[in-house]
Design a protein around this ligand. Structure first.
Ligand code: DX5
Ligand code: ZN
Length: 223
């Protein structure tokens, strides 16, 4: 497992009228991924962006697009996001009728496959797909909105996930999403997270690059 913390700023908290500038700024500042939150108004009570904006972002970003699908029926629409240029596609275990098949189709398209869990979904529900995913995204808030508070029980969930991975000999990278700032970063890093999503704590700050790098440094200090 890498001892580096990768930063995935969430453009949900950026200025939607100036997305290209936000991507360029954060990329030049050393972001590892750009986290793209896709919401459908069904699986989560909010709507954001869809394939055309993902496609536009792929034209301006050199770093991988980390596309987080908070949508029902990803089974039938995942291909849209792959075609739009997503490099990592993460689906929710709660929203897929055929999780294994969706993961297979992401891998077959040459992208990295991620699976995400809401805060009330047991990490053990992933045990039969851990070996075939590249990434597990543990939600540390209930999905739908930026700027929510980190749910402390996530730490215990990250530990259980690490133990489950070790037991299975699987080594997906663990990403955590929701309420992450420089105070929370050491706690989640110590519990096994290696990719930190941060929206508010990056894009709503006066200096987004400095804020991002402070979160990373705080996380790495705990490793
Ligand atoms: C929430 C999204 C997150 C969100 C994180 O449903 O999946 O990616 O943008 O935002 P913050 O870091 O502000 O909690
Ligand atoms: Zn997200």
């Amino acid at each position: 497992m890498t001892d580096r913390i990768l930063m995935a700023p969430s453009i949900l908290s950026a200025d939607f009228t100036r997305l290209a500038e936000a991507v360029e700024l954060i990329e030049a500042g050393g972001a590892d991924y750009i986290h793209v939150d896709v919401m459908d108004g069904h699986f989560v009570p909010n709507m954001t962006i869809g394939p055309p904006v993902v496609k536009a972002l792929s034209r301006v970003a050199s770093m991988p697009l980390d596309v987080h699908l908070m949508i029902d029926n990803a089974d039938s629409t995942v291909q849209w996001y792959l075609d739009a240029g997503a490099d990592i596609v993460t689906v929710h275990v709660e929203a897929c009728d055929h999780l294994h098949r969706v993961i297979q189709s992401i891998v077959a398209a040459g992208a990295k496959a991620g699976v995400s869990l809401n805060p009330a979904t047991p990490v053990e529900s992933l045990q039969d797909v851990l070996a075939i995913v590249d990434l597990v995204l543990v939600m540390s808030v209930n999905p739908g909105f930026g700027g929510q508070s980190f749910i402390p029980h996530t730490i215990e969930r990250l530990r259980r996930l690490s133990a489950l991975c070790a037991e299975q000999g699987a080594s997906p990278i663990v990403e955590v999403d929701g309420g992450i700032d420089a105070t929370i970063a050491p706690l989640v890093a110590e519990a096994g997270a290696r990719v930190l999503v941060a929206g508010n704590a990056v894009f709503c700050q006066e200096d987004p690059v400095a804020a991002m790098n402070a979160i990373r440094a705080a996380g790495e200090a705990a490793l």
